[in-house]
Design a protein around this ligand. Sequence first.
Ligand code: URA
Length: 228
Amino acid sequence: MRLEKYLVQCGLGSRREIKEFVISGKIKVNNEIVFDEGIAIDEINDFITFNDNKLKKKTLKYYILYKKAGYVTSASDEDNPVVNDLLPNWVDKKALFPVGRLDKDTEGLLLFTNDGELNYKMTHPEKKFSKKYYAKLKKEISSDDIKKIEDGIDIGSHTCLPSKIEIIDENSVYITIFEGKYHQVKRMFKAVNNKVVYLKRVEFGNLNLNGMNLGDVREIKREDILID
Ligand code: URA
């Protein structure tokens, strides 16, 4: 097997990240640094390390969590419960991490995996992976403001990519964005002098919360996630 393929299967990261690890001398095969990720390795008999730690092929896992409010997307937090606390005991939590983040008060779809390559693909700005949110707003939104947001609004340090808004009623919308800046949706509506009073992520690419209730966790397969 090619070394690169093996390293992806160990969950080490994307192909690009793996190339960087190899170039910077972090990967050894049988105690020798290798500088070519294309070499053939014997996955059973070769001793392969990253930063001198032995690598092992992982079973890659994928879970959708319907996040509740009140939990922070972080590995640990002194003052608040964290999203990992919402994962039940039947989940294989080893090396699992959330893909992207949701604010403490945001509900909705959070994907967990131990697949570093997939994480890279879903969060890299160039990939423009879609995220759809249900947002309840403090005030009715005008068609002018919708156009401003859809065209790509300036939220301070960043001009957003174009987005898509679907009106539900006078103060609630679905908004689909293709990037993931800090507090992005809240800042987009703030930029037109409105305020998000409730936010829920309802879709992450082709994944959705259909059939799930708040706090539920569902295991899915890699092939359920459509991304190139
Ligand atoms: N945008 C926000 O403002 N908050 C989230 O949690 C996600 C997107």
